[in-house]
Design a protein around this ligand. Structure first.
Ligand code: COA
Ligand code: NAD
Length: 694
């Protein structure tokens, strides 16, 4: 058998050594790649026939960073900083030639080179904080020296990428080239060798307009945006060292902080989410050979809260969309909201002013359902009512072109029953967006009994195109997210009846890392929807019903579980609500007691884990990681806690089972461990040990 192709190879172009990294899919810096680069750089440096070097990559991208799959093992020499020290020590100029993305260790590699040349479409960034770590290859020391402290702080604490033109303006790359990247890089290397120039970022002083202010601002921003996460603070400390200490000391500190974070529970959780997100898009039986339809035009039926947001998703991604309503007034209202949203984004600087008009122009309003005829995908977002939805789907069946995907955005109704209203149930799927649909990343793709695999493949491809994170789920009441939310909601209600107040319940979840708790969330979404549904089903919820009877529907009426004074969105605890709570507890014969925060957290989260286990048993989600993705991207579960199933595993499933058993004694069936929890815990295993779906 022939030797496998080397991951790093050197070719000569005259007196320039061209070092190529060829390690698909993203040229990550695995141990083998690091060793290969080190050997190639040392060999070229020692070779008297070589005057300069170019480091470039094969495939779709420059180096996309460290190999994340190696993080669970101890670092093995040569570590990245050893490789980069060899470039620092090189007696010959080294040029990085960047295409695709230079991320993390990839950008650090480029920053250690003496020059950086990029194609215009290239992007660069240090995304480590998104994985709960900080750069470990000198990124926190070299980036401030290249781009200044302010820019470096912004990039390192946000983890966001910037495009090549912005990187050029910031001094991160030296040239953006229109033509042949390799040619330009080779020419530059040769020219610099002739000049004898070898500028190293390590020899520069990092500049700041106002360093003290920059660090204070960065800390304030992170307290808001990354509450509870350790990595951003460590990143700030490392950048502080870049101006306060000599380069080698800064490097040392960076490594120490990075090593500590790599072993942290937070980083483990964030790495889990990174891989779970990619796994979620893989569905057994659906492969590259499953034909995915190209969506050239979409249609959305209903221009209310959800329909408007969904239409924006398409318009923003460049997909023309027909928006259908039943009355001109509803259509005008929907379009005005969409425009208002785009204009607000433009005012905040998130969108160019002319982009507002370009996007609005992609939305074609209509009062005639027959206008869906030109669409490859129709998303229904009308009232949550089976009769109305079935009628709409029967109409869609008449008007949509053969092969078009017919999707419903229902949150609670039976997708199979809706599909049965058409003569083509294989084309019907649930596309469950989350509110606000133009913002929330999660998309539950609800696979009906008869949904064609090609429709699932198309939905997955569409999700990626419109920037959503898709999870394929089965048809069950509430699908994955809302089903688990309900389990949490039942306990939230009981806790308040037994002795807690809404503000305590909400604070416990806020402290855990959720953006808000169930009561503030209820006020935001509106309490009247649940009230209406309860009345239709003959159900009651004593406290919530009384609030609604008083017209307290939440933020929109200035009062709900909290008060919202003068149009404010800040919830203020309300003694009137407390009085109602005390009365209803008394009426139910409950002697209220003080409930500690630990019990509140367990009572809220363990039923979710238990419901998640049942969802897995029933095959309504394919993997525990899929459930974690639903909760992180749809409901604000803090990413550094990795989602409910990862959280349970991290705490130890046996300990979770024991606590469930204890709580079940006083608090009933929500806590009786699901058979899957029992089985895994008895075997000393966790959800993570479940076999992958077949
Ligand atoms: N280490 C190991 N594997 C990686 C990786 C890394 N740094 N980056 C990507 N991969 C893997 C993915 O898991 C995926 O594997 P799979 O096909 O088996 O699922 C594959 O490479 C392709 O990645 P994907 O994200 O699906 O491709 P994309 O073209 O949409 O995006 C990137 C490419 C590089 C933008 C994206 O993968 C990314 O952001 N990677 C992480 C970069 C990073 O955080 N680097 C810093 C590490 S400290
Ligand atoms: P909404 O009341 O804001 O909007 C519904 C719109 O549909 C209204 O503008 C109405 O005029 C229009 N409509 C009704 N019948 C129609 C028909 N036959 N043809 C065209 N338009 C018609 O409701 P919403 O909150 O946007 O919810 C829509 C769907 O999305 C529901 O199925 C709901 O369960 C689901 N959903 C809602 C949320 C949420 O948080 N609001 C989240 C996820 C899913």
């Amino acid at each position: 058998m022939a030797d496998p192709a080397p991951l790093v190879r050197t070719e000569r172009d005259g007196d320039v050594a061209c070092i190529t990294i060829a390690s698909p899919p993203v040229n990550a810096l695995s141990h083998a790649v690091r060793s290969g680069i080190l050997a190639a750089v040392e060999a070229a440096d020692a070779d008297p026939g070589v005057a300069a070097m170019v480091i470039r990559c094969d495939g779709r991208t420059f180096v996309a960073g460290a190999d994340i799959t190696e993080f669970d093992r101890p670092a093995q020499e040569p570590v990245l900083s050893t490789v980069l020290a060899a470039i620092d020590a090189s007696t010959k100029p080294v040029v990085a030639a960047i295409h695709g993305t230079a991320l993390g260790g990839g950008l650090e590699l480029a920053l250690a080179c003496h020059w950086r040349v990029a194609v215009a479409s290239a992007r660069v960034g240090l995304p480590e904080v998104k994985l709960g770590i900080i750069p470990g290859g000198g990124g926190t020391q070299r980036l401030p020296r290249a781009a200044g402290v302010e820019k470096a702080l912004e990039m390192i604490t946000s983890g966001e990428m910037i495009g090549a033109p912005a990187a050029l303006a910031a001094g991160i790359v030296d040239r953006v080239v229109p033509g042949d990247l390799d040619r330009e890089a080779l020419d530059l290397a040769r020219a610099k060798a002739a000049e004898g120039a070898r500028p190293r970022l390590r020899d520069r002083q990092a500049q700041a307009a106002d360093a003290e202010r920059a660090f204070a601002d960065a800390r304030a921003a992170m307290a808001r945006k990354a509450r509870g996460r350790q990595a951003p603070e460590y990143a700030i400390q490392a950048v502080e060292a870049a101006i306060a200490r000599p380069f080698d000391e800064g490097i040392q500190l960076e490594r120490t902080l990075c090593t500590e974070l790599k072993a942290s529970a937070q980083s483990r959780a964030q790495r889990h989410i990174f891989f779970a997100e990619r796994e979620a898009a893989k569905i057994p039986g659906i492969g590259r050979d499953t034909p995915a339809a190209k969506i050239g035009r979409a249609a959305v039926v209903g221009a209310g809260t959800m329909g408007g947001g969904i239409a924006m998703c398409f318009a923003s991604a460049g997909i023309p969309v027909t928006l259908v309503e039943t009355s001109q007034a509803a259509l005008d209202r929907g379009l005005a909201t969409i425009r208002g949203n785009y204009e607000a984004t433009a005012r905040r600087g998130g969108l160019a002013a002319d982009a507002v008009e370009t996007r609005m122009a992609r939305i074609r309003p209509s009062l005639d359902l027959a206008d869906v005829a030109g669409a490859d995908l129709v998303v229904e977002a009308v009232f949550e009512d089976t009769g109305i939805k079935k009628a709409v789907f029967a109409e869609l069946d008449r008007h949509a072109r053969p092969g078009a995907i017919l999707a419903t955005n229902t949150s609670t109704l039976d997708v199979d029953a809706i599909a049965a209203a058409t003569g083509r149930p294989e084309s019907v799927v649930g596309l469950h967006f989350f509110s606000p649909a133009n913002v929330m990343k999660l998309l539950e793709i609800v696979r009906g009994r008869k949904t064609d695999p090609a429709v699932i493949a198309s939905s997955l491809a569409l999700a990626k195109r419109i920037g959503k994170v898709p999870v394929v789920v089965g048809v069950c009441d509430g699908f994955v997210g809302n089903r688990m939310l309900r389990a949490r909601g039942r306990q939230a209600e009981r806790l308040v009846m037994e002795g807690a107040l809404p503000q305590q319940v909400d604070r416990v979840l806020y402290d855990f890392g959720f953006p808000m708790g169930p009561y503030a969330m209820g006020d935001l979404a509106g309490l009247d929807i649940g009230w209406r549904i309860r009345r239709e089903k003959g159900l009651t919820s004593p406290i919530a019903d009384r609030l609604c009877e008083q017209g307290r529907f939440g933020q929109k009426t200035g009062a709900g579980w909290y008060r919202y004074d003068g149009g404010s969105r800040t919830p203020v605890p309300d003694p009137a609500v407390e009085a109602i709570i005390l009365e209803e507890s008394a009426r139910a014969g409950i002697a209220r007691r003080a409930i500690d925060d630990g019990e509140i957290l367990d009572r809220l989260l363990l039923p979710m884990v238990n419901e998640g286990a049942r969802i897995l048993e029933e095959g309504m989600a394919l993997r525990p990681g899929d459930i974690d993705i639903v909760w992180v991207f749809g409901y604000g579960w803090p990413i550094h806690e990795g989602g409910p199933m990862h959280w349970a595993d991290a705490r130890g499933l046996a300990a979770i089972r024991d606590r469930m058993v204890e709580l079940a004694r006083s608090h009933g069936e929500d806590f009786v461990p699901a058979p899957l929890v029992e089985r895994l815990a008895a075997d000393g295993k966790g959800f993570r040990d479940l076999p992958p779906p077949a």
